[in-house]
Design a protein around this ligand. Structure first.
Ligand SMILES: O=C(O)[C@@H](CO)OP(=O)(O)O
Length: 421
């Protein structure tokens, strides 16, 4: 038996007064045809009341309780681009190229208006990669990943650093090891502060990180690429926002060993690729990004089918609906769901793929909030031994489904394994 575990990033949403959501509004005949033959339910990725970031949520729905295993998004984003943080000497941050007013340090756009091409980010990263910090004691590495996204490594040649520092990105606030989305965040670039001021490693990390950001602002404001962008009337990428610092990778039982099944991954974003790598999954690479949606999703589908030739469970993470959710774009979020249905799920049906299918989201990204939320997330399982609920796939129907409620995302996989294998 094979299982396709399909995660539609941020597709879940908050029902309006008529119970409507992008999932219920989207024309998704293929997802609905699977749903009516399957069982529905709801899950709370990190538990009731917690608005998760994608990384903690994905660790959870794969069966790893973030309270026990999560060590910060930075090291996972770094691993996603092949960089293993040097524990004790380095701290990795998830980073965004962003736009600020360099004088007032007011953030004008956290993502450079989603207008930054990956090659531009690579150029800008080169200009600030390798900056010396702390009078030569420390250094910074900058790796651009996809679009506005990047990884920043703050390191020292001797001594110790710690991931116990806050974010300078006001959209996410540290709560212990995890960062939680802030609805309607402040727009001022924050100072990075030690979470443990009495720990020299925590204080040194904060000092070096703030010195790095100051140097980045002075270097990027005069960068020719930003001058060119300004000339074209485009937002400048003149600061780097940093969040979710970590100084180590999760120490976990490899997922194949945890379930006695072979797992593989098709993941579009570095953080999910980093999680898959950290859990020991077999990764099928995908390369298309700035291409028409039908080509991008077709590539993801073909990668999925290749992977299912050699694994029992294919974890496939499709980014689509999350971004329009963050942008408050209801139509865009409905369209992202419809594209996945038309160019990915349809091919499962047309190809009469006969494995089991588990579909959910990592978290809700309500378009009205423009941020992740703690809303419950719909889940659907179609499998030969699972009785059909006869319901289409959306949040209201999922609340009536026979799978019931999973109080934590990390309860899903063991239950599904029992139902499917
Ligand atoms: O990378 C992304 O797509 C999002 C969510 O993970 O982050 P940000 O809100 O900083 O763009």
């Amino acid at each position: 038996m094979k299982l396709l575990f399909l995660v539609l990033d941020g597709a879940a949403d908050r029902p309006n007064e008529r119970g409507e959501t992008p999932l219920s509004m989207a024309k998704k005949p293929n997802l609905d045809s699977l749903a009516v033959q399957g069982a529905l339910g709801l899950h709370y990725p990190l538990g009731v009341g917690k608005a998760p970031e994608s990384d903690a949520a994905v660790l959870s729905i794969l069966g790893y309780d973030p309270d026990k295993y999560y060590t910060g998004r930075g090291p996972l984003e770094a691993l996603g681009v092949g960089y293993r943080v040097k524990e004790g000497y380095e701290v990795a941050f998830r980073a965004n190229f962003a736009t600020i007013n360099p004088e007032s340090r007011i953030i004008l756009d956290r993502r450079v208006g989603r207008s930054l091409e990956s090659w531009e980010a690579q150029e800008l990263a080169k200009a600030v990669d390798g900056i010396e910090l702390g009078g030569g004691l420390g250094y910074a590495r900058v790796m651009a990943t996809i679009g506005h996204r990047a990884v920043v490594i703050i390191g020292v040649k001797s001594g110790r650093l710690s991931g116990d520092v806050t974010n300078n990105d006001p959209a996410y606030v540290r709560v212990g090891k995890v960062s939680v989305a802030v609805p309607n965040p402040d727009n001022k670039l924050a100072q990075i502060r030690p979470l443990n001021p009495q720990d020299e490693a925590s204080s040194l990390t904060a000092r070096l990180a703030n010195e790095f950001v100051d140097k980045v602002i002075s270097i990027l404001k005069d960068h020719p690429l930003n001058k060119e962008r300004a000339r074209k009337g485009l937002l400048q990428a003149n600061v780097i926002l940093m969040r979710d610092a970590g100084d180590s990778l999760p120490k976990v039982t490899p997922i194949n060993q945890l379930y006695g099944l072979k797992f593989g991954a098709v993941a579009e974003m570095p953080v999910e690729r980093g999680i898959a790598r950290a859990l020991g999954m077999d990764i099928e690479e995908v390369k298309l990004y700035n291409a028409p949606k039908d080509e991008v999703l077709s590539e993801r589908f073909e990668a999925t089918m290749r992977l299912l030739e050699r694994v029992d469970v294919a974890y496939v993470h499709l980014k689509g609906p999350d971004e329009p959710g963050h942008d408050g774009d209801l139509k865009g979020k409905v369209k992202a769901i419809e594209d996945i249905d038309e160019y990915y799920v349809a091919r499962l049906i047309k190809g009469n793929w006969d494995g089991s299918i588990l579909v959910t989201s990592d978290h809700a990204t309500p378009w009205s909030l423009k941020a992740h939320s703690d809303d419950p997330v719909p889940i659907m399982l179609k499998s030969s031994r699972v009785k059909a609920d006869g319901l289409t796939f959306n949040e209201v129907n999922a609340s009536k489904g026979s799978l019931g409620r999973f109080e934590y995302g990390w309860l899903i996989m063991s239950r599904v394994k029992g139902l499917v294998f």
